[in-house]
Design a protein around this ligand. Sequence first.
Ligand code: AMP
Length: 214
Amino acid sequence: MDRIVFLGPPGSGKGTQAELLCKRENFIHLSTGDLLRGEIAGKTEFGRMAKDYIDNGLLVPDEKITDYVLNHIEINDLYKKKVIFDGFPRRVFQADSLINAMKGKNSSIDCAVLVYLDDSIVIERLSNRLVCSRCKKIYPGTYEEDTCCECNQKLVKRTDDNADVIKKRLDVYKAETEELIGYFDKKSMLIKIDGRGTAEEVFEKIKKVLNENV
Ligand code: AMP
């Protein structure tokens, strides 16, 4: 299981789990949300285009984000590496494009891990969480410091982590990503993980199923 798509509502903890798999199992974390926030911070043309969608809780159009990600894979030579796809693909068009691009390079997407969680828990987690302004590490609302434990930079709230935008993101997730869940299920690529519990508990569940499905 070398190239894994991570699925789940915003706030399900999939970003944290991806980070743990990178640190402990040598995966590369490809997070489109982080890449787009980097483009915005760098004031690139692509970043300016993406910002309008992100700030309104909408998805960046399929063709634009797909070209961007496939280009990122090519430039960084990620076809044969161990990669966690976090936040991409989000729709069937994106998934088809990614799977076909992989096939074209004699590679593959090996499974899709769905971390699932109730809406009420998602809203509570997202309304309270903070992220490091530099390394993007995520901290739950219960974290007591105001700087990152790894790079000592200030913790900030993401501009799209407010109640209105969160509800919109959940609606967008349901309307559009659930089709993707069915898509991976039909291809027998879907692995479902209950996202309740601590990050360590969820990580153990993921590791167990990945080892069972080598
Ligand atoms: P995330 O950090 O994954 O929640 O992404 C933050 C925002 O970036 C999303 O709400 C979208 O506006 C945009 N975005 C990230 N990945 C994608 C994608 N695969 N397709 C379209 N928009 C995306």
